[in-house]
Design a protein around this ligand. Sequence first.
Ligand SMILES: [Zn+2]
Length: 459
Amino acid sequence: MKQPLMLAALLLSSLGQSQGNPEIVAKVIELGKSGNQTRAHLEYLCEQIGHRLTGSSNLQRACDWTAAKFKEFGCQNVHLEQWGEIPVGFDRGSRHTGRMVSPKPRNFEFTTRSWTAGTGGLRSGGVFEEPTTVEALAKAAPKGKWMMMLPRQGDGLPTKEVRDAVLAGARAAGILGTVAASRNELVITSGSWENLDFANLPTNVDITVRKSDFEAVTEAMKEGAKPVLEFNLDQKFVKGPIPVYNVIAEIPGASKPDEVVIVSGHLDSWDGPGSQGTCDNGTGTMVALEAARLLMAAGAKPERTIRFILWTGEEQGLWGSRKYVEAHTAELPKISAVIVDDGGTNYCGGLVGIESMKPMLEQAIAPLAEAFPDLPMTIRAQEKMPQGGGSDHASFNRAGVPGFFWNETGVADYTYIHHTQHDKLEGAINRYLVQSSVASAVTAYNLACAPTMLPRQGG
Ligand SMILES: [Zn+2]
Protein backbone atom coordinates (compact mmCIF):
# COMPACT_ATOMS: atom_id res chain seq x y z
CA MET A 1 0.00 0.00 0.00
CA LYS A 2 2.93 2.32 0.56
CA GLN A 3 3.73 3.11 -3.04
CA PRO A 4 0.24 4.10 -4.21
CA LEU A 5 -0.04 6.37 -1.17
CA MET A 6 3.27 8.00 -2.01
CA LEU A 7 2.01 8.50 -5.51
CA ALA A 8 -1.16 10.14 -4.20
CA ALA A 9 0.98 12.37 -2.01
CA LEU A 10 3.03 13.47 -4.98
CA LEU A 11 -0.07 14.16 -7.02
CA LEU A 12 -1.62 16.22 -4.24
CA SER A 13 1.52 18.24 -3.61
CA SER A 14 1.71 18.90 -7.34
CA LEU A 15 -1.68 20.60 -7.00
CA GLY A 16 0.22 23.20 -5.07
CA GLN A 17 -2.12 23.60 -2.12
CA SER A 18 -1.22 20.87 0.26
CA GLN A 19 -3.41 19.90 3.16
CA GLY A 20 -2.20 17.38 5.77
CA ASN A 21 1.23 15.78 5.81
CA PRO A 22 0.90 12.74 3.50
CA GLU A 23 3.03 10.63 5.82
CA ILE A 24 0.68 11.28 8.72
CA VAL A 25 -2.31 10.54 6.51
CA ALA A 26 -0.69 7.26 5.46
CA LYS A 27 0.00 6.40 9.09
CA VAL A 28 -3.62 7.09 10.11
CA ILE A 29 -4.82 4.83 7.30
CA GLU A 30 -2.38 2.10 8.22
CA LEU A 31 -3.26 2.20 11.94
CA GLY A 32 -6.94 2.51 11.17
CA LYS A 33 -6.97 -0.50 8.90
CA SER A 34 -4.70 -2.77 10.91
CA GLY A 35 -5.71 -2.25 14.53
CA ASN A 36 -8.99 -0.40 14.49
CA GLN A 37 -10.57 0.02 17.93
CA THR A 38 -14.00 1.42 16.99
CA ARG A 39 -15.68 -1.93 17.56
CA ALA A 40 -14.00 -2.37 20.95
CA HIS A 41 -15.11 1.14 22.03
CA LEU A 42 -18.63 0.38 20.83
CA GLU A 43 -18.80 -2.91 22.71
CA TYR A 44 -17.82 -1.18 25.92
CA LEU A 45 -20.32 1.61 25.38
CA CYS A 46 -23.23 -0.70 24.52
CA GLU A 47 -22.54 -3.61 26.84
CA GLN A 48 -20.86 -2.08 29.88
CA ILE A 49 -22.89 1.15 29.86
CA GLY A 50 -25.93 0.56 27.64
CA HIS A 51 -28.54 3.01 26.41
CA ARG A 52 -27.97 6.63 27.35
CA LEU A 53 -30.97 8.84 27.81
CA THR A 54 -30.11 12.50 28.45
CA GLY A 55 -30.18 13.06 32.21
CA SER A 56 -29.72 9.36 33.00
CA SER A 57 -26.92 7.93 35.10
CA ASN A 58 -25.90 5.80 32.09
CA LEU A 59 -25.24 8.92 30.03
CA GLN A 60 -23.19 10.45 32.83
CA ARG A 61 -21.07 7.29 32.95
CA ALA A 62 -20.64 7.46 29.17
CA CYS A 63 -19.52 11.10 29.42
CA ASP A 64 -16.99 10.26 32.14
CA TRP A 65 -15.73 7.18 30.30
CA THR A 66 -15.27 8.92 26.93
CA ALA A 67 -13.50 11.86 28.59
CA ALA A 68 -11.13 9.37 30.24
CA LYS A 69 -10.48 7.72 26.86
CA PHE A 70 -9.72 11.03 25.15
CA LYS A 71 -7.22 11.74 27.97
CA GLU A 72 -5.72 8.29 27.62
CA PHE A 73 -5.09 8.98 23.92
CA GLY A 74 -3.24 12.18 24.84
CA CYS A 75 -5.84 14.73 23.74
CA GLN A 76 -5.71 18.17 25.36
CA ASN A 77 -8.30 20.34 27.06
CA VAL A 78 -10.50 17.31 27.75
CA HIS A 79 -13.53 18.29 29.77
CA LEU A 80 -17.26 18.01 30.21
CA GLU A 81 -18.87 21.30 29.28
CA GLN A 82 -22.23 21.86 30.90
CA TRP A 83 -24.89 23.13 28.50
CA GLY A 84 -27.82 23.13 30.89
CA GLU A 85 -29.74 21.14 33.40
CA ILE A 86 -32.94 19.16 33.23
CA PRO A 87 -35.57 19.19 35.95
CA VAL A 88 -35.88 15.45 36.58
CA GLY A 89 -33.58 12.57 35.73
CA PHE A 90 -34.83 9.21 34.49
CA ASP A 91 -33.23 5.78 34.80
CA ARG A 92 -34.58 2.66 33.20
CA GLY A 93 -33.23 -0.40 34.96
CA SER A 94 -32.51 -3.70 33.30
CA ARG A 95 -35.69 -5.31 34.64
CA HIS A 96 -38.15 -4.80 31.81
CA THR A 97 -40.51 -7.66 31.07
CA GLY A 98 -43.90 -7.78 29.40
CA ARG A 99 -45.83 -10.85 28.37
CA MET A 100 -49.12 -12.62 27.94
CA VAL A 101 -49.29 -15.21 30.71
CA SER A 102 -52.41 -16.95 29.39
CA PRO A 103 -54.07 -18.34 27.36
CA LYS A 104 -50.95 -18.50 25.13
CA PRO A 105 -47.74 -17.53 26.88
CA ARG A 106 -45.91 -14.97 24.75
CA ASN A 107 -43.13 -12.48 25.45
CA PHE A 108 -43.80 -9.00 24.13
CA GLU A 109 -41.60 -6.42 22.53
CA PHE A 110 -42.76 -3.14 23.95
CA THR A 111 -41.84 0.28 25.26
CA THR A 112 -43.06 3.19 27.35
CA ARG A 113 -42.26 6.84 26.85
CA SER A 114 -39.14 8.00 28.66
CA TRP A 115 -39.86 10.08 31.78
CA THR A 116 -43.05 8.14 32.52
CA ALA A 117 -43.96 5.85 35.40
CA GLY A 118 -42.88 2.22 35.63
CA THR A 119 -44.96 -0.46 37.30
CA GLY A 120 -43.27 -0.38 40.71
CA GLY A 121 -42.88 -4.18 40.62
CA LEU A 122 -44.83 -6.88 38.83
CA ARG A 123 -48.34 -5.96 37.73
CA SER A 124 -50.51 -8.79 36.49
CA GLY A 125 -54.15 -8.75 35.48
CA GLY A 126 -56.84 -9.38 32.90
CA VAL A 127 -57.69 -7.13 29.98
CA PHE A 128 -60.64 -5.29 28.48
CA GLU A 129 -61.02 -3.37 25.24
CA GLU A 130 -61.26 0.40 25.52
CA PRO A 131 -65.02 1.05 25.86
CA THR A 132 -66.61 3.42 23.35
CA THR A 133 -68.85 5.13 25.91
CA VAL A 134 -68.49 6.15 29.53
CA GLU A 135 -71.55 4.00 30.33
CA ALA A 136 -69.88 0.90 28.89
CA LEU A 137 -66.84 1.44 31.12
CA ALA A 138 -68.60 0.30 34.29
CA LYS A 139 -69.63 -2.97 32.64
CA ALA A 140 -65.98 -3.71 31.85
CA ALA A 141 -65.17 -3.85 35.62
CA PRO A 142 -61.88 -2.06 34.89
CA LYS A 143 -60.24 -2.21 38.33
CA GLY A 144 -57.02 -4.25 38.31
CA LYS A 145 -57.06 -4.76 34.54
CA TRP A 146 -55.14 -3.54 31.52
CA MET A 147 -57.13 -1.42 29.08
CA MET A 148 -56.40 -2.47 25.47
CA MET A 149 -56.55 0.75 23.50
CA LEU A 150 -58.44 1.20 20.24
CA PRO A 151 -56.33 2.56 17.37
CA ARG A 152 -55.42 6.22 17.65
CA GLN A 153 -57.02 7.04 14.33
CA GLY A 154 -59.51 5.38 12.04
CA ASP A 155 -63.17 5.13 11.13
CA GLY A 156 -65.89 4.57 13.69
CA LEU A 157 -63.89 5.69 16.72
CA PRO A 158 -65.54 7.71 19.49
CA THR A 159 -64.76 11.44 19.61
CA LYS A 160 -61.67 12.65 21.42
CA GLU A 161 -63.85 14.04 24.22
CA VAL A 162 -65.47 10.65 24.78
CA ARG A 163 -62.14 8.84 24.66
CA ASP A 164 -60.60 11.26 27.15
CA ALA A 165 -63.57 10.81 29.49
CA VAL A 166 -63.38 7.01 29.24
CA LEU A 167 -59.63 7.09 29.92
CA ALA A 168 -60.04 9.38 32.92
CA GLY A 169 -62.81 7.15 34.24
CA ALA A 170 -60.71 4.02 33.75
CA ARG A 171 -57.75 5.54 35.58
CA ALA A 172 -59.98 6.69 38.43
CA ALA A 173 -61.42 3.18 38.63
CA GLY A 174 -57.96 1.71 39.13
CA ILE A 175 -56.80 0.13 35.88
CA LEU A 176 -53.26 -1.28 35.91
CA GLY A 177 -52.44 0.77 32.83
CA THR A 178 -53.13 1.17 29.14
CA VAL A 179 -51.74 -1.08 26.41
CA ALA A 180 -51.63 0.28 22.86
CA ALA A 181 -50.40 -1.28 19.62
CA SER A 182 -47.43 0.07 17.70
CA ARG A 183 -48.17 1.10 14.11
CA ASN A 184 -46.05 -1.69 12.70
CA GLU A 185 -43.54 -4.19 14.05
CA LEU A 186 -41.19 -1.39 15.10
CA VAL A 187 -41.58 -0.27 18.69
CA ILE A 188 -40.48 3.35 18.87
CA THR A 189 -39.46 5.18 22.05
CA SER A 190 -39.74 8.91 22.57
CA GLY A 191 -40.55 11.23 25.47
CA SER A 192 -39.77 14.58 27.05
CA TRP A 193 -38.54 16.04 30.30
CA GLU A 194 -40.39 19.28 29.72
CA ASN A 195 -42.81 20.43 32.42
CA LEU A 196 -41.68 17.71 34.80
CA ASP A 197 -41.75 18.49 38.49
CA PHE A 198 -40.30 16.06 41.02
CA ALA A 199 -43.01 16.99 43.50
CA ASN A 200 -45.68 16.04 41.00
CA LEU A 201 -44.44 13.13 38.91
CA PRO A 202 -46.40 11.24 36.26
CA THR A 203 -48.01 8.07 37.65
CA ASN A 204 -49.90 6.58 34.70
CA VAL A 205 -48.54 3.39 33.16
CA ASP A 206 -48.98 3.55 29.38
CA ILE A 207 -47.34 0.79 27.36
CA THR A 208 -46.95 0.38 23.61
CA VAL A 209 -46.53 -3.23 22.50
CA ARG A 210 -45.49 -4.49 19.10
CA LYS A 211 -48.43 -4.74 16.71
CA SER A 212 -48.29 -8.54 16.36
CA ASP A 213 -48.11 -8.97 20.15
CA PHE A 214 -51.11 -6.70 20.62
CA GLU A 215 -53.03 -8.65 17.99
CA ALA A 216 -52.22 -11.94 19.72
CA VAL A 217 -54.06 -10.59 22.78
CA THR A 218 -57.04 -9.22 20.87
CA GLU A 219 -57.31 -12.45 18.86
CA ALA A 220 -57.46 -14.42 22.10
CA MET A 221 -60.17 -12.05 23.37
CA LYS A 222 -62.17 -12.59 20.19
CA GLU A 223 -61.93 -16.33 20.72
CA GLY A 224 -63.54 -15.85 24.11
CA ALA A 225 -60.43 -16.33 26.23
CA LYS A 226 -59.65 -14.03 29.14
CA PRO A 227 -56.00 -13.12 28.56
CA VAL A 228 -53.80 -12.25 31.51
CA LEU A 229 -50.90 -9.86 30.92
CA GLU A 230 -48.04 -8.98 33.20
CA PHE A 231 -45.53 -6.18 33.05
CA ASN A 232 -42.59 -5.38 35.25
CA LEU A 233 -41.07 -2.03 34.31
CA ASP A 234 -38.21 -0.69 36.37
CA GLN A 235 -38.36 3.07 35.74
CA LYS A 236 -37.02 5.56 38.22
CA PHE A 237 -37.23 9.31 38.39
CA VAL A 238 -34.22 11.07 39.88
CA LYS A 239 -34.57 14.35 41.70
CA GLY A 240 -33.05 17.20 39.70
CA PRO A 241 -31.86 19.55 38.59
CA ILE A 242 -29.55 17.21 36.68
CA PRO A 243 -26.61 18.98 35.01
CA VAL A 244 -26.06 17.87 31.40
CA TYR A 245 -22.82 18.07 29.44
CA ASN A 246 -21.14 17.80 26.07
CA VAL A 247 -17.81 15.95 26.10
CA ILE A 248 -14.97 17.97 24.57
CA ALA A 249 -11.39 17.05 23.64
CA GLU A 250 -8.81 18.67 21.40
CA ILE A 251 -5.72 18.21 19.36
CA PRO A 252 -4.48 21.81 19.49
CA GLY A 253 -3.54 23.49 16.25
CA ALA A 254 0.18 24.09 15.76
CA SER A 255 0.05 27.42 13.92
CA LYS A 256 -3.65 28.48 14.04
CA PRO A 257 -4.92 27.12 17.34
CA ASP A 258 -7.91 29.46 17.39
CA GLU A 259 -9.25 28.08 14.11
CA VAL A 260 -11.19 24.88 14.60
CA VAL A 261 -12.47 21.79 12.79
CA ILE A 262 -15.07 19.91 14.82
CA VAL A 263 -15.58 16.13 14.63
CA SER A 264 -18.74 15.04 16.40
CA GLY A 265 -21.68 12.78 17.08
CA HIS A 266 -24.26 12.59 19.86
CA LEU A 267 -23.60 10.39 22.86
CA ASP A 268 -27.17 10.33 24.14
CA SER A 269 -29.70 7.79 22.89
CA TRP A 270 -33.24 6.69 23.49
CA ASP A 271 -33.59 4.06 26.15
CA GLY A 272 -36.50 1.80 25.14
CA PRO A 273 -36.34 -1.83 26.28
CA GLY A 274 -33.95 -3.78 24.03
CA SER A 275 -32.05 -0.74 22.79
CA GLN A 276 -28.36 -0.25 23.49
CA GLY A 277 -28.20 3.01 21.56
CA THR A 278 -25.74 1.33 19.20
CA CYS A 279 -26.42 2.90 15.83
CA ASP A 280 -28.10 6.04 17.14
CA ASN A 281 -25.54 7.09 17.94
CA GLY A 282 -22.97 4.83 19.53
CA THR A 283 -21.43 4.30 16.11
CA GLY A 284 -20.94 8.01 15.32
CA THR A 285 -19.48 8.80 18.72
CA MET A 286 -17.17 5.81 18.83
CA VAL A 287 -16.02 6.74 15.32
CA ALA A 288 -15.13 10.21 16.66
CA LEU A 289 -13.35 8.63 19.63
CA GLU A 290 -11.38 6.34 17.33
CA ALA A 291 -10.55 9.22 14.99
CA ALA A 292 -8.97 10.97 17.99
CA ARG A 293 -7.00 7.85 18.89
CA LEU A 294 -5.77 7.38 15.33
CA LEU A 295 -4.65 10.98 14.93
CA MET A 296 -2.85 10.97 18.27
CA ALA A 297 -1.23 7.59 17.59
CA ALA A 298 -0.08 8.79 14.16
CA GLY A 299 1.49 11.86 15.72
CA ALA A 300 -0.75 14.30 13.86
CA LYS A 301 0.08 17.96 14.48
CA PRO A 302 -2.68 19.82 12.62
CA GLU A 303 -2.27 23.52 11.85
CA ARG A 304 -5.77 24.26 13.16
CA THR A 305 -7.28 22.74 16.29
CA ILE A 306 -9.27 19.56 15.80
CA ARG A 307 -11.99 19.53 18.44
CA PHE A 308 -13.92 16.37 19.19
CA ILE A 309 -17.38 16.95 20.65
CA LEU A 310 -19.82 14.32 21.83
CA TRP A 311 -23.15 16.08 22.07
CA THR A 312 -25.97 15.19 24.44
CA GLY A 313 -29.65 16.16 24.50
CA GLU A 314 -29.74 15.58 20.73
CA GLU A 315 -32.77 13.33 20.75
CA GLN A 316 -34.97 15.86 22.53
CA GLY A 317 -34.14 18.70 20.13
CA LEU A 318 -30.41 19.17 19.44
CA TRP A 319 -30.01 20.74 22.87
CA GLY A 320 -26.29 20.18 23.35
CA SER A 321 -25.29 21.67 20.00
CA ARG A 322 -27.78 24.54 20.13
CA LYS A 323 -26.59 25.57 23.57
CA TYR A 324 -22.97 25.20 22.45
CA VAL A 325 -23.59 27.58 19.54
CA GLU A 326 -25.23 30.08 21.92
CA ALA A 327 -22.36 29.87 24.40
CA HIS A 328 -19.62 30.23 21.76
CA THR A 329 -20.95 32.95 19.45
CA ALA A 330 -17.65 34.85 19.48
CA GLU A 331 -15.75 31.79 18.22
CA LEU A 332 -18.16 30.83 15.45
CA PRO A 333 -16.33 32.80 12.71
CA LYS A 334 -13.22 30.71 13.43
CA ILE A 335 -14.93 27.33 13.12
CA SER A 336 -14.00 26.06 9.67
CA ALA A 337 -16.29 23.03 9.61
CA VAL A 338 -18.45 20.91 11.90
CA ILE A 339 -18.74 17.30 10.85
CA VAL A 340 -21.45 15.08 12.33
CA ASP A 341 -21.62 11.30 12.05
CA ASP A 342 -25.17 10.34 13.00
CA GLY A 343 -26.82 8.19 10.37
CA GLY A 344 -26.21 4.72 11.70
CA THR A 345 -23.59 2.11 11.01
CA ASN A 346 -23.10 2.71 7.30
CA TYR A 347 -19.85 4.16 5.98
CA CYS A 348 -18.98 7.79 5.35
CA GLY A 349 -20.02 8.09 1.72
CA GLY A 350 -19.48 11.80 1.27
CA LEU A 351 -20.51 15.33 2.16
CA VAL A 352 -22.81 17.98 0.76
CA GLY A 353 -21.52 21.55 0.54
CA ILE A 354 -21.56 24.52 -1.80
CA GLU A 355 -19.58 24.83 -5.02
CA SER A 356 -16.78 26.96 -3.54
CA MET A 357 -16.04 24.27 -0.93
CA LYS A 358 -15.85 21.44 -3.39
CA PRO A 359 -12.13 21.51 -4.30
CA MET A 360 -11.02 21.64 -0.66
CA LEU A 361 -13.42 18.90 0.42
CA GLU A 362 -12.48 16.69 -2.52
CA GLN A 363 -8.83 17.09 -1.71
CA ALA A 364 -9.50 16.30 1.95
CA ILE A 365 -11.15 12.96 1.18
CA ALA A 366 -8.90 12.03 -1.76
CA PRO A 367 -6.58 9.61 0.15
CA LEU A 368 -9.63 7.58 1.24
CA ALA A 369 -10.54 6.55 -2.29
CA GLU A 370 -7.31 4.65 -2.50
CA ALA A 371 -7.47 3.29 1.03
CA PHE A 372 -11.04 1.97 0.64
CA PRO A 373 -11.54 1.45 -3.09
CA ASP A 374 -14.77 -0.52 -2.62
CA LEU A 375 -16.37 2.20 -0.45
CA PRO A 376 -16.55 5.22 -2.78
CA MET A 377 -17.10 8.73 -1.45
CA THR A 378 -18.46 11.76 -3.27
CA ILE A 379 -18.63 15.47 -2.57
CA ARG A 380 -21.85 16.97 -3.84
CA ALA A 381 -22.29 20.70 -4.29
CA GLN A 382 -25.61 22.51 -4.17
CA GLU A 383 -26.52 26.16 -4.31
CA LYS A 384 -26.88 26.63 -0.55
CA MET A 385 -25.75 24.75 2.52
CA PRO A 386 -28.47 22.31 3.57
CA GLN A 387 -30.72 23.84 6.21
CA GLY A 388 -32.61 21.78 8.75
CA GLY A 389 -31.74 18.13 9.07
CA GLY A 390 -32.26 16.08 12.14
CA SER A 391 -28.89 16.27 13.79
CA ASP A 392 -26.41 18.61 15.43
CA HIS A 393 -24.86 19.99 12.21
CA ALA A 394 -28.16 21.87 11.76
CA SER A 395 -27.44 24.00 14.84
CA PHE A 396 -24.29 25.28 13.11
CA ASN A 397 -25.71 25.78 9.64
CA ARG A 398 -28.43 27.89 11.23
CA ALA A 399 -25.66 30.09 12.64
CA GLY A 400 -23.80 30.30 9.30
CA VAL A 401 -21.06 27.82 10.27
CA PRO A 402 -20.56 25.05 7.69
CA GLY A 403 -22.15 21.96 9.22
CA PHE A 404 -21.85 18.59 7.51
CA PHE A 405 -23.68 15.32 7.99
CA TRP A 406 -21.80 12.30 6.68
CA ASN A 407 -23.82 10.83 3.89
CA GLU A 408 -24.21 7.32 5.29
CA THR A 409 -23.82 4.78 2.54
CA GLY A 410 -24.15 1.01 2.70
CA VAL A 411 -26.46 -1.91 3.24
CA ALA A 412 -27.74 -1.22 6.78
CA ASP A 413 -31.44 -0.39 7.11
CA TYR A 414 -31.55 2.59 9.47
CA THR A 415 -35.35 2.69 9.64
CA TYR A 416 -35.39 -0.78 11.19
CA ILE A 417 -33.02 0.43 13.93
CA HIS A 418 -33.69 4.13 14.47
CA HIS A 419 -35.28 4.67 17.93
CA THR A 420 -36.52 1.06 17.99
CA GLN A 421 -36.01 -2.11 20.02
CA HIS A 422 -33.48 -3.24 17.40
CA ASP A 423 -30.80 -0.62 18.10
CA LYS A 424 -28.32 -3.19 19.41
CA LEU A 425 -24.69 -4.12 18.95
CA GLU A 426 -25.59 -6.85 16.47
CA GLY A 427 -26.67 -4.08 14.05
CA ALA A 428 -23.16 -2.59 13.80
CA ILE A 429 -21.13 -3.40 10.67
CA ASN A 430 -17.43 -3.47 11.44
CA ARG A 431 -15.89 -2.75 8.05
CA TYR A 432 -18.02 0.38 7.77
CA LEU A 433 -16.90 1.50 11.23
CA VAL A 434 -13.27 1.08 10.18
CA GLN A 435 -13.80 3.26 7.11
CA SER A 436 -15.82 5.83 9.07
CA SER A 437 -13.17 6.32 11.74
CA VAL A 438 -10.37 6.64 9.19
CA ALA A 439 -12.47 8.92 6.97
CA SER A 440 -13.31 11.16 9.93
CA ALA A 441 -9.70 11.37 11.03
CA VAL A 442 -8.25 12.02 7.58
CA THR A 443 -10.91 14.52 6.50
CA ALA A 444 -10.65 16.52 9.72
CA TYR A 445 -6.85 16.47 9.65
CA ASN A 446 -6.69 17.60 6.03
CA LEU A 447 -9.20 20.41 6.59
CA ALA A 448 -7.29 21.44 9.69
CA CYS A 449 -4.10 21.69 7.60
CA ALA A 450 -5.58 23.34 4.50
CA PRO A 451 -4.15 26.74 3.50
CA THR A 452 -7.41 28.48 4.45
CA MET A 453 -10.58 27.76 6.34
CA LEU A 454 -13.43 26.37 4.26
CA PRO A 455 -15.10 29.11 2.20
CA ARG A 456 -18.52 30.10 3.52
CA GLN A 457 -21.77 30.78 1.87
CA GLY A 458 -21.92 34.42 0.83
CA GLY A 459 -18.34 34.84 2.03
ZN1 LIG B 1 -29.08 10.27 16.22
